[in-house]
Ligand binder design. Structure first.
Ligand code: OOG
Ligand code: MG
Length: 270
């Protein structure tokens, strides 16, 4: 089948790629980077593979509960060697309870890393190009969060288009208790720390996330708009990691503390 305009892959190839990545996720296997297999892989192909992969999970009765931004901090861009923000979909099955246990059983981790984040609850639909203040005004709450990222690609290495196709390495997340938003005050310049077994392993600030986590939210709306999409009321949105991600092992207790906002923690089990 010929590729459609704006795509380098046919719909069959997109479906195959999505099936392949989903299989890798479920079986805990690594895959070769798609950009090697399909050198023409472009942004449209990448988001189409992501959409198809999410559809496979919806067919398994998983539900979309929000979106995540990724690669919104200089630390993460440098660590991964990819310099553009990306977005991925959050499914209900990815959420682990705060102060609970996340098990790295089969299908829940190939080479998982953890990173400190900040997220929002969105109380009104948000469309198009909007300001940070408009984005914040639509949020009912903000919280500290942990994300477990787990690339399905070998050695946790990927190009921009590879990682988008892989739903931006989404694996699991933990959300801390939410706080009310008090204008910019609530989220500006808040120091944050990632602890593993009580030891501070990464430190940063909320402003390390795209200058301000609300700016990542506005950028997400613009990115969705460029694909004819928008942010729906009731979504939870994470703005991206403020620091580098660190590998996790069974037995680790991980915690993020965001000064002025709160904490979220999880115990990693085998
Ligand atoms: C890609 C996802 C990036 C973030 O918060 O920056 C991301 C990855 O690093 O594997 O989730
Ligand atoms: Mg993240």
């Amino acid at each position: 089948m010929p590729a459609r305009e704006g795509f380098s892959l046919s719909t069959d190839q997109i479906r195959q790629a999505a099936l392949d990545l989903d299989f890798a996720r479920i079986e805990g296997l690594e895959r070769e980077q798609f950009s090697r297999r399909y050198p023409g892989l472009n942004l449209n192909d990448a988001y189409a593979i992501q959409d198809e992969g999410v559809n496979l999970r919806l067919a398994q009765k998983e539900k979309i509960i929000g979106l995540k931004m990724g690669l919104t901090s200089a630390s993460k861009m440098k660590q991964m060697g990819v310099n553009s923000p990306i977005y991925g979909m959050l499914l209900d099955t990815m959420q682990a309870p705060d102060q609970g246990i996340f098990s790295l059983e089969r299908g829940r981790g190939i080479h998982p890393w953890i990173e400190p984040e900040i997220g929002f609850f969105i109380a009104q639909d948000l469309r198009g190009k909007i300001s940070m203040d408009t984005a914040l005004a639509a949020c009912s709450g903000v919280y500290a969060a942990l994300e477990i990222v787990d690339s399905r690609y070998s050695d946790f290495k990927f190009s921009l288009h590879d990682v988008i196709a892989d739903n931006c390495s989404s694996c699991a997340f933990v959300l801390g208790p939410w706080a009310k938003i008090d204008g910019q005050k609530t989220i500006k310049k808040m120091p944050l720390t990632l602890f593993v077994n009580g030891e501070a392993v990464e430190t940063g600030s909320s402003d390390d996330i795209f200058g301000n986590p609300a700016r990542a939210l506005a950028e997400l709306c613009a990115m969705l708009d460029s694909r004819g999409l928008y942010l729906k009321k009731g979504s939870m949105v994470r703005a991206g990691a403020a620091t580098r991600a660190v590998p996790i092992e069974p037995g680790s207790r991980v915690e993020v503390f965001v000064q002025g906002l709160g904490r979220a923690s999880v115990l990693i089990s085998a």
